[in-house]
Every structure is written in C-alpha cells, then in structure tokens.
Design a protein around this ligand. Structure first.
Ligand SMILES: Cc1cc2nc3c(=O)[nH]c(=O)nc-3n(C[C@H](O)[C@H](O)[C@H](O)COP(=O)(O)OP(=O)(O)OC[C@H]3O[C@@H](n4cnc5c(N)ncnc54)[C@H](O)[C@@H]3O)c2cc1C
Length: 267
C-alpha cells in the first residue's frame, strides 16, 4: 500500500510486484551515483527484504563501479535495524563493514518529491536521489469488507490455526492472511500447512487434532550477490544468524528450484 503514505507511490521504487520490480531494475541500472535511501513501512511481506535489497543493491552498484559515488542510507521504523533482535545484531556490523549508514526510529510520514526528501513521524528528514521503499502492506479487502478481520487480517489462534470466534471452528487460516505477529513468509505458510494437513487427517481418522503450530519460520538472508545466511526461529526460540557464506547462497539458489519439486512430491 505505497498509496497509504503521501508521495510514496509516485516517488519511490519497490520490488513487490513484477511491474514495480522491472521499474526498480531500470532505475538502479540508470543510476549515476548519489544517495540511495531505503525506507520501510510496517507490516510488510518477507521480513528480510529491507536488509536483502540493501545488501543486493550495494553489490550491484559496486559491480557498476559506482561505489565511491554512492551513499546508502537505510531507515527502519523501530530502535534497531531489524525487528528480530538477533538479526539486527548480525546486520548492523555488516552495514558498518560496507559503509552503509542507517537511522532507526524512522516511521515514514510523507515523501516530498519536489524537494526529494522523505520525512518521518519522529521529525527526521532525509534527502534522496533514489528512494527504495518497502511499503506498508494490508490484508485482502474481501476480508475487511465482510467483517472477517481488521485491516484484512483474519484473527487466528497461534497454535491451532483456527479462525477465532464463533464461525472459526471449521476454518483453518494459513499464510500472510493470519493476524499472527510472526513473519509473513512463504516458509511460515509452508510450516503452518504441515500442521493443518496433519490435523485435518487426524480429525477425519480419530476425531481430534494432534499437532500445534509452534511458530516455526525459516528465512534465508542474502547478504549481497554471492553470500547468504539464514534465520530459523519459532515462538520460543529466537534466530541465531551466523556469518554469511558462499555455500549458503549456493544452497538457496538450488533450493529455489528444489522446493517446487519437493512440494509436488517429485523428490
Ligand atoms: C519480493 C518478495 C520476496 C520474498 N522472499 C521470500 C523468501 O525468500 N522466503 C519466504 O519464505 N518468503 C518470501 N516472501 C514472502 C512470501 O512470498 C509470502 O509470505 C507468501 O507468498 C505468502 O503465501 P500465501 O499463500 O499466504 O499468500 P499469497 O502467496 O499472496 O497467495 C494469495 C493468493 O490469493 C489470491 N487472492 C487474493 N484475493 C483473492 C480473492 N478475493 N479471490 C481469490 N483469490 C484471491 C492472490 O492472487 C494470491 O495468488 C517474499 C515476498 C516477496 C513479495
């Protein structure tokens, strides 16, 4: 919903639709140097995107030979560079090592295209030459319109994954559409689906569910064009990202292809 922040849609690029991603690529390819500002709204799909786009752009600009003419300025809404504390602890030194500057407690208020600056609710103002946004998201309109959940997110039990309320007994909610305060990630949908499938089978076979979703999420984190690490966590255990390596990056690239083979039962 870039349109939810005045001036954001007209003055920024993002990677959230195929069309926007193409425009983003074009603008980054034509970039001649200056300040690239990364600005982040909440909630948003895929927790690692703010970090990944920043690291990926850094390496892309480096390959174009423009690093000494470019300043990266990362902003984030809360008081550290990522919502997950250990990911923030890992990412801040990575930013420092690459010379990426950052400002935390920066909640986008408006973008002033005429003066090429983004302002925050906290009173901050940052000038940009290229503004890269992770826009705030909202849930599906059909859910909100039919009174099924505020802002389009369905109230969901964090363990059984049933929809909360009188109509929820036979409704299981998966993926981005839940209102659970966990990552909106493909892996979240995948692990929730495992719980749901086992429970549907168990209810049919013996009349009761057998499994509770434990909040499991797994996210690769690309730390540039050829190194990556990962974060695996659940409701009880926070992630512990390690130093990024070429091997994890290679594994992620292979996994992108393998996932669909395993999901279809071919492997
Ligand atoms: C650029 C990008 C990178 C990402 N990278 C990662 C990653 O590396 N790892 C990871 O785990 N996650 C990643 N994610 C997040 C991941 O894609 C989502 O969390 C995941 O797709 C959510 O799955 P879902 O099935 O809940 O929703 P979706 O994939 O959004 O599917 C919902 C479907 O419902 C359809 N729909 C909507 N309204 C209606 C309607 N009224 N009637 C019928 N159909 C409707 C939509 O068209 C859509 O096909 C990324 C997301 C983006 C945008």
């Amino acid at each position: 919903m870039p349109e939810n922040i005045p001036g954001l849609k007209e003055n920024s690029v993002n990677c959230y639709t195929a069309e926007n991603a193409v425009e983003y690529y074009k603008q980054l390819s034509d970039f001649k140097g200056g300040r690239i500002v990364i600005t982040v709204g909440l909630p948003h799909k895929c927790p690692m995107i703010p970090l990944e786009v920043t690291f990926a752009m850094h390496d892309f600009i480096k390959d174009r030979g423009l690093l000494d003419k470019t300043e990266f300025y990362y902003t984030y809404p809360i008081g550290r560079v990522h919502s997950l504390e250990n990911v923030a602890k890992w990412a801040a030194p990575e930013f420092d090592a690459k010379g990426i500057k950052y400002e935390t407690l920066f909640n986008m208020k408006e973008v002033d295209g005429k003066n090429a600056c983004v302002r925050s609710e906290e009173g901050g103002e940052v000038k940009y030459d290229l503004l890269v946004a992770v826009p705030p998201h909202k849930g599906q309109e059909v859910i909100e319109k039919n009174g099924l959940g505020e802002n389009g997110w369905i109230p969901t039990n964090r363990n059984s994954l049933h929809m909360e309320g009188e109509h929820g007994k036979n409704v299981i909610v998966l993926g981005d559409t839940t209102n659970l305060p966990i990552s909106k990630a493909g892996s979240t949908a995948h692990f929730e689906a495992e719980t749901a499938a086992e429970n549907v089978a168990a209810v049919i076979k013996m009349g009761r569910p057998v499994k509770a979703y434990d909040g499991k999420v797994f996210c690769f984190i690309e730390a540039g064009k050829d190194r990556a690490t990962y974060a695996m966590f659940n409701y009880q255990n926070p992630p512990q990202p390690k130093a990024p390596t070429g091997a994890v990056h290679a594994f992620k690239m292979a996994y992108n292809k393998l996932y669909w083979a395993t999901a279809r039962g071919l492997l």
